[in-house]
Design a protein around this ligand. Structure first.
Ligand code: C2E
Ligand code: CA
Ligand code: CA
Ligand code: CA
Length: 281
């Protein structure tokens, strides 16, 4: 009994410390969130610049916290990463995305050539079974690998370039497309492009925001577009909020865009309504 009492005391101290350290308690809350399935996905349409048709969508995670309501990803993704929870959550995101594609295909809302684009975190990507798990999720849902696009970041490439190249080659040889997210915001943007197997560049919204007034941003985006055209990469413009943003890209080789102008990320019901209203290309 004495031993038990001491243990209780120790636990009590740890509990107090955790409350003082918000990152630690956030991690605990996230463990509960994983166990109780408090996450859900939202979808932001990616639209053809020329024809205005929904071609696919980016998948973004949300956390429905029991007390605090919807928590945005920037508040918890870093903790998922540092705690190692990202692997389990990331695997769930990919399986969930595959489940939706299957559902929409069965409902006749989703064309065979449409895709969902899923964000991949570094520690998720580096897991040795990552590629196997992605292929397994596709297989379980009975989907072609072209149904998924994976969004990686420059941070992934920089940390372990050789390993990254091998994995990307494997993913692409299986038919999965790879997009470089937030392009232009990292360090070695141009030098790695020659070596990294990619299909798509996503122009970061920080370059788009002032594109009609800031000549430097305009020049950067034009350079990205012309380079991409020359090396055969597709380009997605992010953060298209205004008609002016859209008009700029309409006159370029940019293939698709996403942003509040067309739609913010929406829950599945709303997204399905959008798919019913518009034929998916
Ligand atoms: P991201 O991948 O660059 O996602 C784009 C972010 O821009 C999303 O924020 C989206 O809601 C927002 N956005 C979309 N259109 C507009 C627009 O027109 N204007 C502006 N100002 N913003 C727009 P969100 O959903 O809060 O996600 C933030 C970041 O969190 C994402 O940036 C991504 O890095 C991360 N994230 C979100 N979901 C996931 C996920 O499922 N897995 C991983 N690993 N990371 C995720
Ligand atoms: Ca993204
Ligand atoms: Ca982005
Ligand atoms: Ca971003």
């Amino acid at each position: 009994a004495k031993k038990q009492g001491r243990n209780k005391h120790v636990f009590f101290e740890i509990d107090m410390a955790s409350r003082a350290e918000s990152a630690y308690s956030l991690e605990n809350e996230l463990r509960v969130a994983v166990a109780q399935n408090q996450f859900f996905l939202v979808f932001q349409p990616q639209v053809g610049v020329q024809d205005g048709v929904i071609q696919g969508a980016e998948v973004l995670i949300r956390w429905r916290h029991p007390d605090r309501g919807i928590v945005p990803p920037f508040e918890f993704i870093p903790v998922l990463e540092s705690s190692g929870l990202i692997y389990e959550v990331g695997k769930w995101i990919i399986r969930e995305a595959c489940y939706y594609i299957r559902k929409w295909q069965d409902l006749g809302l989703w064309h065979d050539e449409a895709w969902l684009s899923v964000n991949v975190s570094p520690n998720q990507f580096y897991n040795p079974v990552f590629v196997d798990d992605v292929m397994e999720a596709l297989k379980e849902a009975g989907l072609s690998p072209t149904a998924l696009e994976l969004e990686i970041t420059e941070g992934i490439v920089i940390r372990d370039t050789e390993n990254t190249i091998k994995k990307l080659e494997l993913l692409r040889s299986n038919g999965i497309r790879i997009a470089m997210d937030d392009f232009g915001t990292g360090y070695s943007s141009l030098s790695y492009l020659k070596r990294i197997p990619l299909d798509v560049l996503k122009i970061d919204q920080s370059f788009v925001r002032d594109i009609t007034v800031d000549p430097t941003d305009k020049a950067i985006v034009e350079a990205i577009l012309s380079m991409s055209k020359n090396i055969g990469l597709e380009v997605v413009a992010e953060g298209i909020e205004t008609e002016e943003h859209y008009k700029f890209f309409k006159g370029t080789s940019c293939q698709r865009y996403q942003g509040y102008l067309y739609s913010p990320p929406v829950e599945c019901k709303r997204f399905e309504d959008m798919l019913r209203e518009r034929v998916v290309a």
